[in-house]
Design a protein around this ligand. Sequence first.
Ligand code: ADP
Length: 545
Amino acid sequence: MAAMPTGRMMAFPLTLTHLWERARTYFPKQEIVSRLPDRSVHRQTYADFATRTAKLAAALHRLGVRPGDRVATLCWNHRQHLEAYYAVPMMGAVVHTLNLRLHPTELAFIARDAEDTVVIVDRSLWKLFESFGPQVPSIRAVIVVPDSGPAPDGTHDYEALLAAEEGTYAWPALDENEAAMLCYTSGTTGNPKGVLYSHRSTVLHALSSCLVDSLGIRESDTCLPVVPMFHASAWGVPFAAVLAGAKLVMPGPHLDAVSLLDLMHQERVTLAAGVPTIWLGILAALDAEPKRWDLASVRSMVIGGAAAPASMIEGFATRHGLEVTHAWGMTETNPLGTVARVKHTLRDAGPAAHLEARASQGCAVPFVETRHVDDDGRVLPWDGSTYGELEVRGPWVAQSYYGGVGADRFTADGWFKTGDVVTLDAEGYVRITDRSKDVLKSGGEWISSVALENALMSHPAVLEAAVFGGRHAKWDERPIAAVVFKEGRTASDDELRAHLVSRFAKFWLPDAFVVVTQIPRTSTGKFLKSKLRETYGGMLEGREG
Ligand code: ADP
């Protein structure tokens, strides 16, 4: 056998320390802008960020934080949260983002499960912290970001802690496979489960977000992560932006459409990312006052976390000249897995086909692989019509959950079962029909609630729509649509049905419509269909036909 050739490339570790070092060296003047609870805007540079991150690490070390310890954050998106995103992993500990929209009981469960030792909490969220913190015995110290007043007795003031430190820290050499971050799934199916992001997975994910056919994050960008930093690391934007040296704009607690549009206008934002419910609100605000904001700087609005309706993508493009980038991901995938771009092969296919491709969940980004399987785990054909559960694998896909729970979500041959029911077409485009927990089966036949919702949201009077299964004596389940009308608009059930009739088989049409003032939301701003099923799921009982 021939000898292996000698000579190797360096085993250079893929760690967040390199991102920090790069930002400090190459982009010291770049800005990080944060909006505070009182609506004022705070500005600092990456040079400030670099110094403050080192000071935070020194302060945490003084408080006893050691490699592997979990340091939790209960914060809005702002500069101190960004500092924790880097200081904690770079000192070898694990930053654990707590979702401030969860119930105190869930927060207590999660913080106990993670065994958090130190918590960094916004003063404006102090009441929430008080409602669960005392139930978490592992918490040794609490650091309060004084965003709206002084730190309460018995806690440390974030700014005072930093002021007492030097501004240098001897960052340890880390193994790239060490944990950097701990994120929990929302727990809509059972208890929330932790996912440990490694330095390597986070760095590779950030690099991938800088590819032009992915999000294409670059130095000239001004990135606005509307998606909270407690939701799957704000989709990695705080990592990709620092890697690229882009300007960052942090919205703090002001997530209403007008505040966000003001910020996009004032800070000349180029890329903003958030869930569809945020963008539905923004589109409605823009439609109401199309001339109020100058959004010429915006090159991409990244929408993910739930399906972006085609009508919304089209509405932004045709009425406001704004481009939506639709993407799919999960907490378990760090989170970006697929991005919807119009491939070269569709170049001449016409605007309807382009819109269809952009409204799909898109194709896997490099290093993420997709397949879909039937109930027996058989791999299905990529024919655009066969439904199955989506499975993914790749360097930023979880191999197991924190603590080894949920082992049934991982296949013996190394894939992660997403719980999303999809089709895959010959070009590799993924189209989500439903999450398996929301799947609607009527008389044994699949009905795609996502497709019905998207069609309903293209009706000019409809602001939001969610379709769910109502219990039915004859058919097991029949679709019911909950709709929210735009201000000053309305439509009858017959009009809504007429809007759907040409697009779907008759048995897909909802048996009933309920008008609501808002579709209930999950803690990450998605439509909460289980709540609708709970409230309205019985309304068809007793119906025969
Ligand atoms: P949760 O929704 O449970 O809080 P995640 O944010 O991890 O937690 O949600 C991941 C799920 O969100 C996916 O499995 C999928 O069902 C849904 N999802 C994410 N992006 C999209 C998208 N672009 N279109 C449709 N569904 C999406």
